[in-house]
Design a protein. Structure first.
Length: 240
């Protein structure tokens, strides 16, 4: 699908609601944990989590512990904080090397679960190295629109060293938004306060599907509904 050039950033009201909504989601997690563990058991496949903008592997620690508890082998991306190209290399070479490392260690293709900017990077990795990637799951990842369709594009410019209108950024998004050569699932929210939910998914087809949730962007990866959607997606592909 082409990059959506008309999408706008979420309104200020949605942005202001982010912190209280995120706190409610995290507060619900302990009460939902037992039920979450009732999801289908994992098959031991390697799953790598990619953090969002400015975040580190610590932001995905709950997700990895959950996936480990289900029976998957959850790996951090181990590239520090996600500062865009500064973290993964100008051509993504550090990320690709990390995925190859996990592939070599396990002898299996790697499922990538990317949050926000991490999801864009996961999709690019799948395009460049489909021989290393089994499946891509994106969580609130604005891969189908311009950075200006988010409320964090200035932060992106500051930490990545790239301008939102940089042709290299546009080319990256064109690549990320095109159909993947591996199965893809996009988890997104229409009420996201940081990114426009319309640019976080693609039309459903044989190899791509979307799952809408009701969530803030902040701490979305710790929301029980999102963790359940990830577990069910992994279980679905295992049964296929």
């Amino acid at each position: 699908m082409p990059v959506n050039l008309d999408a706008k950033a979420p309104p200020a009201s949605a942005l202001l609601a982010e912190w209280p909504r995120a706190a409610l989601s995290v507060g619900a997690l302990p009460f939902a944990w037992k039920e979450l563990l009732a999801e289908p058991r994992g098959d031991g496949r390697p799953v790598m989590t990619l953090p969002g903008l400015v975040n580190s592997d610590l932001s995905n620690i709950v997700m990895r512990r959950y996936l480990d508890a289900l029976g998957y082998r959850a790996y951090p991306w181990a590239l520090g904080r996600n500062f865009g190209a500064r973290a993964i290399g100008a051509e993504g070479e550090r990320l690709f090397e990390r995925i190859a490392q996990v592939h070599e260690e396990t002898g299996e293709t790697v499922t990538l679960v990317g949050v926000s900017l991490g999801g864009i990077m996961a999709r690019i990795a799948a395009h460049r190295h489909p021989e290393l990637v089994r499946e891509v799951i994106t969580v609130s990842s604005p891969f189908a629109g311009l950075p200006t369709a988010t409320n964090v594009w200035r932060v992106f410019e500051l930490v990545s060293g790239q301008r939102a209108d940089d042709p290299a950024v546009r080319a990256m998004l064109e690549e990320a938004s095109s159909p993947l050569p591996v199965p893809a699932t996009a988890i997104w929210s229409a009420s996201d306060g940081l990114v426009n939910g319309a640019i976080c998914h693609e039309p459903d087809c044989e190899t791509a599907r979307s799952i809408e949730v009701d969530s803030s962007h902040l701490w979305v990866q710790m929301k029980p509904q999102v963790l359940r959607a990830i577990a069910q997606t992994l279980g679905r592909s295992a049964a296929a």
